[in-house]
Design a protein around this ligand. Sequence first.
Ligand code: G5P
Ligand code: MG
Length: 223
Amino acid sequence: MLLRKLFRAVIMGPPGSGKGTVSSRITGSFGLQHLSSGDMLRANIEAKSELGLLLKSCIDQGQLVPDDVISRLMLASLREMEQSSWLLDGFPRTVSQAESLDSAFTVDTVINLDVPFQTIKERLTSRWVHLSSGRVYNTDFNPPRVPGFDDVTGEPLTQRDDDKPETVTRRLKAYENQTQPVLEYYRSKGILATFTGTETNKIWPHVHAFLARRIPQQDQGRV
Ligand code: G5P
Ligand code: MG
């Protein structure tokens, strides 16, 4: 039997740093399964469950949802992907979440998108999303082919409630206080790779070259 080494990665960075955008390029080039905590939470909110209501109030206020809730949801999904190479986007976001992940899975590498806060604020006000797929657009950077509609399904795009300027400020504060320590956690394990810049198109070739050196050959190009 051919044994295949699985590759497990995390992508980190402040809100709006391009995690979703870079993730879709990574999955397109390397075939990792993409799991975004934000997309998963928004799907729960769409389902209008009791849990969804609690999650919505945290997200709309620019606060993180409780560690135990997000860790339970994410680890349950990961257990269903036991045989896959994956890329986590938006999780872990606190040291406690990183420890939960570590107790269940080995992370091979952490990609950190280091984008200045000022750049981010401008981007988020012009972001449009296709909620059910997680595809993201920007009226300046990557506009949809037909304004207001998803390229793949033709369904209408929406703006995220938490992209209001005052909520973005609170999300950046939460990032500084709760998520930056996670970078230190992974740095001390020797698996953090930081990519600094203000434009995704300039950062991406470096991320691509970095992953091409690390991802086992047989995983590349798989979807
Ligand atoms: P999310 O959904 O994880 P955030 O805040 O981490 O949300 P976000 O906003 O999804 O991150 P991103 O994925 O880093 O941003 O960025 P993106 O969507 O790819 O790009 C942002 C915009 O910039 C897009 O319009 C894109 O087209 C554009 N863009 C990209 N590159 C460029 C460029 O080079 N130039 C220009 N001009 N534009 C560009 O989490 C949401 C909430 O869920 C909860 C929290 O409440 C969180 O606030 N949550 C958690 N809570 C606890 N623990 C967790 N682990 C949680 N995960 C989520
Ligand atoms: Mg995102």
